[in-house]
Design a protein around this ligand. Sequence first.
Ligand code: APR
Length: 250
Amino acid sequence: MHSGTDFYQQAAQAIRSARRLTAFTGAGISVESGIPPFRGSGGLWNRYDPTFIEIDYFYRNPKKSWELIREIFYDFFGRAEPNAAHRALALMESRGLIEVVITQNIDNLHQEAGNTTVYEFHGSSQFLVCTACGNRIHFTAAGLEVLPPACGECGGLLKPDFVFFGEQIPEPANSRSFLEAQLADVFLLIGTSGEVMPACGIPFLAKENGAAIIEVNTEPSSYTGRITDIFLQGRATEVMARLVEALGIG
Ligand code: APR
């Protein structure tokens, strides 16, 4: 696989000469922050049936759904910190090499690392929204001791502000992300299997529009043999550290 130094030089050259570089990230970038991926080795969906975050199930079984939501996305994820790969993207933004991060992740780690334009294609775990009155509160303001949590304003059922299976992709993340696939001439994919629509269509659309695709992953994904131009194989923290070095911004 392409992980020789010359591929890092090629990737650095493509990034330096890019008119507009957009990053597109998935669960794999947060694995080294202690957050398991959904698929592949150690994947959440190997251990949990994702039914609990299907929107119809949630409304029919709010307490059972919330018990797993709290266990997986709040008790578990809540303490994660940005890792060197998140920090590398923030450094690249600070050096004017990247404007936009499109993420499928709900963990807020890109923002915590310092990126300022982050399109959360699947929403965010940071806020809960009332399904009755629309009231939106930070998850720390909602007592998750009692499940399902109730809205302090109207008593309605609170739901995490991330996209459940069967829900629409939020705006402006949806439109802005597909616009990036028209505008960017380089896409940097980090830690995504490319198996979930409509998110996974974004890199394919970017490729159709002529973008060069650089991919960072521990193993080949749905993109690798099809649209990836430079495949930097390895763990995101290690690969991004080498890429920062090749860019001369470390
Ligand atoms: N460094 C880089 N890549 C990694 C690492 C790592 N340390 N660990 C795992 N990976 C890669 C895996 O090889 C895999 O290709 O990250 C990818 C994780 O894939 P998924 O778990 O499918 O995550 P993602 O692509 O973000 O899933 C998309 O599916 O369930 C939904 O809403 C959920 O946003 C998620 C969406």
